[in-house]
Write a protein that binds this ligand. Structure first.
Ligand code: FAD
Ligand code: SIN
Length: 536
């Protein structure tokens, strides 16, 4: 039988942001439920390769990391946010080490620091090329020991439930007049939708790479948190800044395996079809220029030479040393009949990271009382128009910590909920015919975004994409009310929202800046502004 589950705090997502936030709150005595839509380890975090950008070496300094972040962000970062996150990084990373995470060390036992695009120093802490998996495992091991945290796997959060907190009748979508009371979540295994009740929700649902046909992201990255926040009237910002990672392995799959930027950090060179090293034509930092520049350069070389990929050449290093430094990438290349030490690797850009998201303060607060967001789902102001490599794991750790402090204060003052939450109403059954249509809709959406809202944009293409996405949205809305919900439908419902807000933000920006490049407005405006979309 269905029963409302009651907690102090609900955490949606079990990547670095959700897990580290849950641990902090449990330490403060809160009963925490983590809802995660697949296995608990399945997350973007689990696939992170390069590492965490953090100032740990005496040769490095905080100012330099701040400067590099601001340069990559192309004038749109919030400087206060950048300063704070960079400064608070080292103690947060120390906590991971205290949890038992051991970063790769040099022969003297000092952390071996990697380099990536846009960084003027070696400052990337890593665990070979499996940093994310090591972090995920270290955090999950802590969660396992924490009696106050319950993890609900295969539990898909559908929608945030809010209540008016003021007397009278404020507008339903005025988030400041409402407060969070819980969420509906689908038990994917039983098909039941349950109510989880709590005065606080932390959105830690990660990214949205699946909105594009080609992505480095795993299948969980469908922008659910952005869509949920948007549906309750919370502003979503800077969604046009989708980071295309320059180097994913080119093959005939839509899933693109990442070839870490750390490979270029060890001296790999990008070459075009004629074998020419081309990056010096595009940026003084050549192959280690910020990602937006490198992805556009590859795109331009591919178009110029009519080729399907570029080459990445790291053959100046031996196969043995490469296998030691990059065991996962080496193995993946081998599966594709490539020996990194001898063969050039065919690479293409693919959607990798969404710099925008749910607008939050530096304490992870949104405008809706009780709703918080951290990690890739959030837009704090750190990344501006282009994220500096390996800054996202860092941001998630810092925001989880600051968010936990803010939530503790909120819980001390929020009044208890009086009326019960109504149960979910199921609108119907399933039909196999409709399922096929849904899968076609998925493909159409992802292809439209790839073809019309990619690395180089134009107003005409964006407008065309908007028309198509809005038609899809109408169709999906009809299905949604006529059929029982399941993950495919719910994710598609969220992806159309994400696609729409990306296009809306892109159309708002009448300039080219960072990751957003449009041929109709190729220059930067003098005064940088955030784009913002709010449901009306
Ligand atoms: P995630 O780790 O993605 O976790 C999201 C969680 O939310 C998942 O558990 C998911 O199942 C769950 N979820 C989503 N929707 C729902 C829902 N509706 N209901 C319930 N649960 C839900 N960044 C770096 O800083 N350094 C790197 O080296 C690096 N390498 C990367 C390599 C790859 C291949 C990729 C894809 C990304 C990389 N990034 C890197 C980016 C970084 O990994 C992510 O930005 C970061 O891990 C996001 O963490 P998160 O906790 O916000 O989200
Ligand atoms: C990579 O290893 O190239 C990914 C790093 C990142 O996305 O920050």
């Amino acid at each position: 039988m269905k029963k409302t589950k009651v907690y102090d705090v609900l955490v949606l997502g079990s990547g670095i942001a959700g897990l580290s936030f849950a641990l902090k709150l449990a330490a403060k005595g809160c009963q925490v439920a983590i809802l995660t839509k697949k296995d608990q380890a399945e997350s973007n975090t689990n696939y992170a390769q390069g590492g965490i950008a953090c100032v740990t070496s005496p040769e490095d300094d905080v100012r330099s990391h701040i400067e590099d972040t601001l340069v990559a962000g192309d004038g749109l970062c919030d400087e206060t946010v950048v300063e704070q996150i960079v400064k608070e990084g080292p103690p947060r990373v120390r906590e991971l080490i205290d949890f038992g995470l051991s970063f790769t060390a040099d022969p003297e036992g000092q952390p071996s620091l990697g380099r990536e695009g846009g960084h003027s120093q070696r400052r990337i802490l890593h665990v070979k090329d499996i940093t994310g998996r090591a972090i995920e495992q270290a955090l999950l091991a802590q969660i396992e020991r924490e009696a106050k945290v319950t993890v609900f796997e295969h539990t898909f959060a559908i929608d945030i439930i809010t209540r008016n907190k003021l007397k009278g009748k404020p507008s339903h979508l005025d988030p400041a007049s409402n407060q969070v009371v819980g969420c509906y979540a689908l038990d994917v295994r039983s098909g039941e939708v349950n109510v989880f009740q709590a005065p606080v929700i932390m959105l830690a649902t990660g990214g949205a790479g699946l909105v594009y046909q080609y992505t480095s992201n795993p299948d969980i990255a469908t922008g659910d948190g952005v869509a949920m926040a948007w549906r309750v009237g919370v502003p979503v910002q800077n969604m046009e800044f989708v980071q295309f990672h320059p180097t994913t392995l080119y093959n005939d799959s839509d899933k693109r395996f990442l070839i870490s930027e750390a490979v270029r950090g060890e001296g790999a060179i990008l070459r075009n079809m004629a074998g020419e090293a081309f990056m010096e034509k595009y940026h003084p930092l050549k192959d280690l220029a910020p990602r937006d520049v490198v992805a556009r350069a590859i795109d331009s070389e591919m178009k110029r030479t009519g080729s399907r990929h570029a080459w990445l050449d790291i053959t100046h290093l031996s196969s043995e040393s490469l296998e030691k430094r990059f065991p996962q990438i080496f193995a993946q290349c081998k599966q594709n009949d490539l020996d990194m030490g001898k063969d050039w690797i065919p690479v293409v850009p693919a959607a990798h990271y969404v710099c925008g998201g749910v607008a939050t303060t530096l304490d992870a607060e949104t405008v809706l009382p009780g709703l918080y967001a951290c990690g890739e789902v959030a837009c704090t102001g750190l990344h501006g128009a282009n994220r500096l490599a390996s800054n996202s794991l860092l941001e998630a750790l810092v925001l989880a910590d600051r968010g936990a402090k803010a939530v503790e204060k909120y819980l001390a003052k929020v009044p208890p909920m009086e009326e019960p939450i109504r149960e979910w109403v199921d609108y119907g059954g399933h039909s196999e015919d409709e399922r096929v249509v849904l899968l076609h809709n998925w493909e159409e959406l992802r292809r439209t975004m790839w073809d019309y809202v990619g690395i180089v944009r134009s107003t005409r293409r964006l407008t065309r994409a908007r028309t198509r996405i809005r038609n899809l949205a109408r169709e999906i809305q009809e299905y949604y009310w006529n059929f029982s919900v399941d993950p495919t439908l719910l994710e598609l419902r969220n992806l159309v929202v994400v696609a729409d807000v990306i296009i809306e933000c892109a159309l708002q920006r009448k300039e080219s800046r960072g990751l957003h490049y449009t041929i109709d407005h190729p220059r930067k405006e003098k005064i940088p502004e955030n784009s913002e979309v709010v449901k009306t």
